[in-house]
Every structure is written in structure tokens, then in C-alpha cells.
Ligand binder design. Structure first.
Ligand code: OXD
Ligand code: MN
Length: 615
């Protein structure tokens, strides 16, 4: 499609303004057709940027540069007019200054390239909760990924019509091609110090420059569906969250929907696609990363998954950890920074089997495969943040209603992190505000594996609501928004809030695989079953100083290994000393960061917790 075919004057004027600045050789409006996808993929293959995979139908492998392998939080900015509105946890640059800097970079940045205009919709087409965006990009890789991750193309232009709203998202890889220069198989991007992932919250505007990877470049995901959407949600009275959405069916066929927020590397995608180990229970997926929640006419909170695909971390994904993800990515999938096998398949660490013969690693080097599916740190064949981009509709456990425009009514909200000590397997908040408190203290313990600074080991890296890198405004105001949303709602209809922890450890117990006191994965269904019954008001709990916890025998342990049965009482216990230390850490190190923006309701919850623990 050409620019002339766009009937919306606002879109046209904005595209023209960006064309003038970026100076692409051509402008192309994406229609979202299969023919277009195939054509652009062929262009990537011909340019040496993508490798077709003989073993996976219509699937391709891309390799990025080592300087462009993940989101760049240090180069991500919330550029609000006032610094205070970005808050203490976001990088901030004055919007006038940032725009001047970025305009300098954007000037002529698309020489030798095509500017693609991608009309896209976050959420099911026609849903009252969905929102539209237009991404301008000079990367075919971005167009292809956006095609899987969002509903993209002409149909969205038709929905926007001549006066509909859209979020403008400008993206460039920041690598102009001058005088007939070619990419020559090298992933285009800019140096780290020239990368800018910028959100302008007052204007609902996104400008991204210099990276072609994931959340830096597929602007519908973290930039729009979280950073800008959190701002829109606050303005409009709803919730935009870094949460999975799952459907849980009990043996009687009764259904409940659950959302869950977990920091990166806590198994969120695995939980969303879990295969229960307890008979009769079923988990189906609505979404694995983001939930947008709005109140329905009946006063209940309804959630949609704004995405249409999974951008999942490949390493660690195996038939054991997440068979459904492997099946989702078995065809029509884009792989990035995975290793390539001799027979034309992808491979990654902890895929569940060793590779044979030679492998081309993510840097393009051919090396002998190892006799196991692990590699020494720094010598991985697949980058630890290697990804698969797979259509959600290919997931064998996708719920039939995953695209329901009305969304699904949420009964429970889970929070969790990696906490080797203190935090029990599961506890329930006493009420909404106590649940907001639990969300506000989410975090993972810093391990020797996650830091090079030994003095940090054992400390808690807080990631409130698992949304710290994705909140488009002051995190203290975000907590207040959650409190306000709850205060306005019918209390009986609000979801119940739980804190789960699959990661308690006892290094001294040689029986426990990896020292973990709970098996996790499919066995997390045992906890989901307790939560399900809690939502039905079953008398399956005890009241403790930290909240409601399973009473003895309330967690189904049938078929669980004896060593887990033995450790269960320990992980369902209230560690008063540990929690008092937690209270101190929150009071001294976590909450003071938010200053006057911290809701008084949360301080009240902290005081209440301390009083109950001290009784
Ligand atoms: C993601 C993340 O990629 O949360 O989804 O980092
Ligand atoms: Mn995420």
C-alpha cells in the first residue's frame, strides 16, 4: 500500500513529518497480508540476515550483534515534562532536550532504507479495551515480528478510520546505508550510547532509536502496552499490567481466570502454559506477558491479552519445563540468537537434549556441540536472552476465548518473585489494599549468578508489581492508582490477591533437586487449586500474621515425592524473624524512595504487618 491510500489526515501528516526527518528511500504501508510477510522475509534471507530452518516449516533464524541482545534499561527514558512525574525508578531527560538530541539522530537515519508504516491493534479487533498504534520503522525484522505479536495491517487502518485515535511510535535501527551500501548479513543497529528508547507520557508518544531487538524495537509491547498504557490506564481508570492471564478449570468443570505478575526469569510463560500434575485440573492460556484490565458492567474486572504472539525466552524451554511453548514455536516462528544445527533446526541451552555434530552459535561461529545441554557461562551456543516469536493461536493450550473482545473476568491476581527464604509457598492478602502492599514489595533475592558485586548477594532487588522497568510514570503514584481503583470498586467483586513463591531453597538437604523445596512447573497446579477454592470462599485456610495460608492438608500432595511432602510444612510456615527483617528492609530501603508519593494505605499495611508479627 502507498501513503496516498491512507485516509486519516492525522496519520498522513505525522508520517510525512517523519519522512522529512528520516529521509527514507521509500515509504511502504503494510497491509498485513501473508504475501507481504513472505516477501519481506525473503528480503531478509537474501540480505543474509535470516536463515530458513529446514526442520521447522516457515520458520527463520536471525542473529543480532552482541551489542544488541536485550532491552536496554539504562537507555530507556520516561520523558515527562516534570522529572517528579517519571519518579525515582525511571531514567528521565527533559523532553525538549531529548527531542532535540533524537531529532539530530533521526535526521537522514533511513537513507538507503524503506520506511514501513505498520498500523497495529493491541488487543482483539473490535474490543472496547483494545487500542491502536502506528509504528514507523526501517527494519523488516520489526515488521515481521509485529505481524506475529500484534494484529497488524489494513484492517487496523480501517478501524482507525478518518478520525480514530492511535499512539504514534517511531523506530529506527539507526544505521543509514549510504551510497548503495548493504547490510551484508550484519544486523543493523547503533552503538549503545546512541540508543534511546523514549516515552513521552503527556503526548502518548514513543520514539525509539538505535536498537533492533525485542522490547526496544517492537514498540507495541513494552513501550506501548506497558509504559504508555500505564499512563492511559491511570487517566482512564483501568489497569495495564505486566501479567500473564490463565484459565483454570477444576475437576467439576468450573472455570476461573487468574492473572499473575512475576519479574523476568521467574517462569511466567511456563506458568501461563502449565500442565497440571493433579488429575482433573486444566490450565489454558489467555496471555503470557501483559494484561489490560477494565471493569465490566457487572462490576467485575475483565482482562484482555493485548498481544497476539509470544516473544518467549528460548533457553530453558524444554519438553519438561514447557512443552506447550515448544509446540507453539514449531512452525511459522522467528527465532533470534538461537544456535543452528547441521540439519537446519534451532538449539539452545537446557532444551532437554544435547546437540549432535557441529552447531553455529549465536555469534555465527561453528563449534563442536557439547555432550550435554548446558554450556559454561559466557560460552553458550544460544544467547541467554535468545527468543522465539510465535503466534499465540498455535499454542495447544490457548483458551478458545483468548480473543474475546469483552475479556475474561478475573478472580485472582498473583504476585511472586524468587525468594530462597522468608516468603512462603503461598499466602493471601486480607483485602485489596493489603494485596496492593504485597504487589509493592515483590522482588527477587540477588544471587551470585545475577550480580558481579558480592556485597549485594542476599539482598532483595525489589521489582514492585514486576513492572519497575515498564511503568510510564511515578511508581508511588502507580501504587496510589491501584489503591484508588480498589476503593471505587464493589469489594465483593474485586479479584482476591495472593503472593506465591516457587523458589524456597534448602541447600543442606541433599534430597532436593537443585536445593529447591518445591518442584514448581506442573506441580504449581497444587497451589492454583488452593487459590481456586479460596476464591470460592472454601474453609481451607488459617489466619496468620502475614495473611491467609493453607490449613494443614489443604494443599493436595497426592503423587508428590516424599522429600517434598517433608519440606511442605516448612514452606507453609510463617518465618517471623525473616518477616521482621523484611519489614525493616521495606521501611528503611524500599518505601523511602517514593517519598510523598507513597500512599499512606501502604504504610498502614506495613505497620499492621509489623504489629501482627510482634504480638
Ligand atoms: C520480557 C521481559 O521480555 O519482561 O517479557 O523482560
Ligand atoms: Mn515481560
Amino acid at each position: 500500500m502507498t501513503l496516498d491510500e491512507i485516509k486519516n489526515p492525522k496519520i498522513k501528516a505525522w508520517v510525512e513529518e517523519c519522512v522529512k526527518m528520516c529521509e527514507p528511500d521509500n515509504v511502504y504501508v503494510c497491509d498485513g497480508s501473508t504475501e507481504e510477510y513472505d516477501r519481506l522475509m525473503k528480503k531478509c534471507v537474501d540480505a543474509g540476515l535470516a536463515t530458513p530452518l529446514a526442520k521447522k516449516p516457515n520458520s527463520f533464524l536471525f542473529r543480532s550483534l552482541p551489542s544488541d541482545v536485550a532491552r536496554v534499561e539504562g537507555r530507556t527514558f520516561i520523558s515527562s515534562v516534570k522529572q517528579e512525574d517519571a519518579g525515582p525508578t525511571n531514567n528521565w531527560i527533559d523532553p525538549v532536550e531529548l527531542k532535540a538530541t533524537m531529532k539530530g539522530l533521526y535526521k537522514g537515519c533511513m537513507h538507503g532504507r524503506t520506511m514501513y508504516v505498520i498500523p497495529f491493534c493491541m488487543g482483539p479487533l473490535g474490543s472496547p479495551i483494545s487500542k491502536n498504534g502506528i509504528e514507523l520503522t526501517d527494519s523488516e525484522y520489526v515488521v515481521l515480528n509485529m505481524d506475529i505479536m500484534t494484529r497488524a495491517g489494513k484492517k487496523v487502518l480501517d478501524i482507525i478510520g478518518t478520525d480514530g485515535e492511535f499512539v504514534p511510535c517511531l523506530h529506527s535501527v539507526g544505521k543509514p546505508l549510504n551510497n548503495g551500501e548493504k547490510d551484508n548479513g550484519i544486523w543493523p543497529c547503533a552503538d549503545v550510547e546512541h540508543k534511546y528508547i523514549s516515552q513521552f507520557p503527556e503526548e502518548h508518544l514513543i520514539w525509539s532509536y538505535g536498537s533492533g531487538y525485542g522490547g526496544n524495537a517492537l514498540l507495541g509491547k513494552k513501550c506501548f502496552a506497558l509504559r504508555i498504557a500505564t499512563v492511559l490506564a491511570r487517566e482512564e481508570g483501568w489497569l495495564a499490567e505486566h501479567m500473564l492471564i490463565l484459565k483454570l478449570t477444576n475437576p467439576e468443570g468450573k472455570v476461573k481466570y487468574v492473572t499473575g505478575a512475576f519479574p523476568s526469569a521467574c517462569g511466567k510463560t511456563n506458568l501461563a502454559m502449565l500442565i497440571p500434575t493433579i488429575p482433573g485440573w486444566k490450565v489454558e492460556t489467555i496471555g503470557d506477558d501483559i494484561a489490560w484490565m477494565k471493569f465490566g458492567k457487572d462490576g467485575r474486572l475483565y482482562a484482555i491479552n493485548p498481544e497476539a504472539g509470544f516473544f518467549g525466552v528460548a533457553p530453558g524451554t524444554s519438553a519438561e519445563s514447557n512443552k506447550n511453548a515448544l509446540i507453539s514455536a514449531s512452525k511459522n516462528t522467528i527465532f533470534t540468537n538461537c544456535a543452528l544445527t547441521e540439519d537446519g533446526d534451532v538449539w539452545w541451552e537446557q532444551i532437554g537434549y544435547p546437540a549432535k555434530g557441529k552447531l553455529v552459535d549465536w555469534k555465527g561461529q561453528t563449534r563442536d556441540a557439547l555432550p550435554k545441554d548446558k554450556s559454561p557461562k559466557g560460552e553458550e551456543f544460544a544467547h541467554p536472552n535468545a527468543r522465539f516469536t510465535a503466534p499465540a493461536k498455535q499454542c495447544p493450550c490457548i483458551a478458545p476465548e483468548w480473543e474475546n473482545p469483552e475479556g475474561v473476568p478475573i478472580s485472582a491476581i498473583l504476585f511472586g518473585g524468587r525468594r530462597p527464604s522468608t516468603v512462603p509457598l503461598v499466602h493471601q492478602s486480607r483485602n485489596w489494599n493489603h494485596g496492593v502492599f504485597l504487589g509493592s514489595i515483590v522482588g527477587s533475592e540477588i544471587t551470585a549468578a545475577s550480580t558481579i558485586d558480592a556485597s549485594q548477594v542476599g539482598k532483595i532487588r525489589r521489582d514492585p508489581f514486576a513492572i519497575l522497568p515498564f511503568c510510564g510514570y511515578n511508581m508511588g503514584d502507580y501504587f496510589q492508582h491501584w489503591v484508588d481503583v480498589g476503593a471505587k470498586a464493589d469489594q465483593d467483586k474485586l479479584p482476591k490477591i495472593f503472593y506465591v513463591n516457587w523458589f524456597r531453597k534448602d541447600e543442606n538437604n541433599a534430597d532436593l533437586p537443585g536445593g529447591f523445596m518445591w518442584p514448581g512447573y506442573g506441580d504449581n497446579s497444587r497451589v492454583l487449586a488452593w487459590i481456586f477454592d479460596r476464591c470460592d470462599g472454601k474453609d481451607n485456610y488459617v489466619d496468620t500474621p502475614i495473611g491467609f495460608m493453607p490449613k494443614e492438608g489443604a494443599i493436595n500432595t497426592d503423587g508428590l515425592a516424599d522429600y517434598y511432602k517433608k519440606t511442605l510444612p516448612q514452606i507453609l510456615n510463617v518465618d517471623k524473624e525473616g518477616w521482621l527483617k523484611e519489614v525493616k528492609d521495606i521501611r528503611e530501603n524500599h518505601y523511602p524512595k517514593f517519598g510523598k508519593h507513597l500512599p499512606k494505605e501502604l504504610t498502614a499495611c506495613l505497620d499492621d504487618l509489623e504489629a501482627r508479627l510482634s504480638k
